[in-house]
Write a protein that binds this ligand. Structure first.
Ligand code: PNS
Length: 171
């Protein structure tokens, strides 16, 4: 039976760290469903449609990947897609507690679905969507942090946003 894995996240936006996990997962599994979800703790910069598009462009060389938006419970979405494995990327120790809680909660909800952690590659250990948004907002160099089309999307997004009031920028 072909083995499907689910790689969920907010992907707001996809970084080179996410892309690395996706390319490695695509070698390990017959099919990887990349699930673009809503994190109730965060308000996203990009819409779900924009995030899906940016992922599609990144995953073009990988015919065994598919990008899907999802709402509701992750384990339900995994089951609907025939995925027995949820893939998560782990960076520093700081990721561990949150990811451990989510993995335990998902295990409780769906004992038949396993969470599998892939360690981030050394060059991506510090990388996060929040960091790239901050660098993008301040006009910094994103070329080594996100795919080129994502860097362009960030530049366009921040060019279209009103500047912060001066009082917030000055010490
Ligand atoms: O990239 P993120 O922000 O860590 O992604 C988080 C996401 C969207 C994968 C997570 O919030 C999630 O799985 N949401 C679905 C809701 C759910 O299933 N909750 C119960 C498990 S704790």
């Amino acid at each position: 039976m072909p083995e499907t894995a689910l790689y969920p996240g907010s992907f707001d936006p996809i970084t080179n760290g996410h892309a690395d996990i996706i390319f490695r997962a695509a070698k390990l599994f017959d099919r990887v469903v990349i699930a673009v979800g809503r994190n109730s703790q965060k308000s996203p910069l990009f819409s779900v449609e924009e995030r899906v598009q940016l992922l599609q462009e990144t995953c073009r060389p990988l015919p065994n990947t598919i990008i899907e938006p999802f709402d509701g419970m992750l384990v339900d979405f995994a089951r609907r897609n025939g995925a027995r494995v949820i893939i998560k990327g782990l960076r520093a120790v700081s990721d561990f507690e949150y990811e451990f809680q989510m993995a335990m909660a998902n295990k409780h909800l769906a004992p038949d679905v396993e969470t599998l952690f892939l360690m981030a590659s050394a060059e991506h250990l510090y990388l996060s969507s929040s960091i790239v948004k901050e660098i993008g907002r301040l006009g910094g160099d994103l070329s080594a942090l996100v795919p080129a089309h994502v860097a362009r999307a960030l530049q366009e997004k921040f060019a279209g946003l009103p500047d912060e009031p001066r009082s917030e920028r000055l010490p």
